[in-house]
Design a protein around this ligand. Structure first.
Ligand code: HH2
Length: 388
């Protein structure tokens, strides 16, 4: 008799499980798939009965205060939903979003369908002091942007104030002077232009100049007029997590529970946007790589980014040329961080990023296309993932 051969299968979503079971020709595939994957779901603020009820279905639950971690299969959560439909509906929604990236980002006249490819956002810093030395004058911004588009950028992000660690804010007048003409020049290039600012007056002027996406590193907190402005303009907004403020954020970042704190912050930011009238699906979540985080925190974000997909909102990652990459690679300067950025971007895409914000568009767009071909199963074969 042959020796028994054993191999552990890679099947970490329901479609992969179904495909694997079908390979054996079993008609049980559809029936068994919901039993195959164990999910850990963190629930804050729910009644403790939820855990007890899940245990009755064969799952598990651990509680501390008003936080619980529920452990169960899709089938067990489905059984729980039949018993407690209202309480379990948000859990089933999160599980669905986690497994099935969908939706569309509506940037004015531009529509970006999500889940099919990763969008590359090219950084156009109109600054003299950006951390990676990429800043340009307003005159050179158009040339830089055109080169980025030729290299595969899908979105252009214009910033007029460096938010590098230790940076001092620039005056409103100076930021307007840098940003507005640049946005106006780039708005005619045929892709969405976003404005990287936490000041509503800058955002408003940028929108008037043609910006169709807002990018707020404070998650709508530094200027409370940002959320109403996004609603009034009918534009999507990127909310980023930051601990502290740029001037002091890297002094001593501390987290009790990194992902829980990032997610809570981003959901509070989302609530601000939604209360002002921005549709939830138009609020893009960004964990703020490098903003009040140590390298260990940033690496954890790369590993656990997919948790942000639980909310059914687009996810953006911005690791480009940042200090963590230099540190991991042995204190490389920003100009030597392209390959490390590509690796971080690929990790991000494999873990659910919809948009990546980068300086080195040509190299990173190539890395992103390959990551898309791996991560977005079927798209490459169908030809929807191959642009260049
Ligand atoms: N990072 C920077 C600036 N804006 N916006 C979002 N949404 N996410 C980010 O990670 C992010 C951001 C910092 O990078 P950069 O613009 O290159 O540097 P500087 O702030 O020094 O101009």
């Amino acid at each position: 008799m042959n020796e028994m051969r054993v191999r552990v299968l890679v099947a970490d979503d329901e479609a992969a499980v179904t495909a694997e079971l079908r390979r054996l020709g079993g008609e049980a595939a559809g029936r068994l798939a919901p039993h195959a994957l164990l999910r850990l779901v963190r629930v804050d603020g729910a009644a403790p009965e939820l855990g007890q009820a899940l245990r009755a279905e064969g799952g598990e639950a651990v509680a501390a205060g008003d936080a619980q971690v529920l452990i169960g299969t899709e089938a067990q959560f489905a059984a729980l939903a039949r018993e407690l439909p209202v309480a379990v509906a948000p859990i089933r929604r999160a599980l669905h979003h986690f497994d099935t990236p969908t939706g569309t980002l509506h940037c004015g006249p531009y529509t970006l369908p999500l889940g099919k490819k990763t969008y590359v956002m090219g950084i156009v810093n109109v600054t003299p002091d950006s951390f990676s030395g990429d800043g340009v004058g307003a005159d050179d911004a158009l040339r830089r942007a055109e080169a980025m588009l030729a290299d595969g950028a899908d979105i252009l992000d214009v910033g007029g104030e460096s938010t590098r660690p230790g940076a001092d804010p620039v005056s409103l007048e100076e930021e307007l002077r840098r940003v507005v003409p640049t946005v106006r020049a780039l708005a005619g290039l045929g892709v969405p232009v976003s404005v990287d600012t936490y000041k509503s007056a800058v955002a408003r002027a940028a929108v008037e100049a043609g910006a169709t996406l807002l990018n707020d590193i404070s998650g709508l907190r530094f200027d409370l007029a940002m959320a109403p402005l996004a609603a009034e303009a009918g534009l999507p907004v990127i909310v980023m997590h930051i601990q502290g403020e740029p001037r002091t954020m890297q002094a001593h970042p501390v987290y009790h529970d990194l992902m829980t704190e990032i997610c809570a912050y981003l959901q509070d930011s989302t609530d601000l946007a939604v209360a002002a009238g921005v549709p939830r699906a138009q609020v893009v979540l960004d964990p703020g790589f490098g903003f009040g985080k140590t390298p260990t925190h940033n690496l954890d974000i790369l590993r656990r980014l997919r948790e942000l997909t639980s909310y059914g909102q687009p996810v953006l990652l911005g690791p480009s040329r940042k200090a963590t990459i230099g540190k991991v690679l042995g204190d490389l300067p920003p100009t030597e961080r392209v390959e490390g950025t590509a690796a971080a971007v690929v990790a991000g895409i494999l873990h659910g990023a919809d948009i990546v914000r980068v300086h080195d568009v040509k190299a990173i767009a190539r890395a992103a296309r390959l990551a898309d071909a791996v991560a977005r199963v079927g798209n490459w074969e169908q030809g929807t993932g191959n642009r260049t």
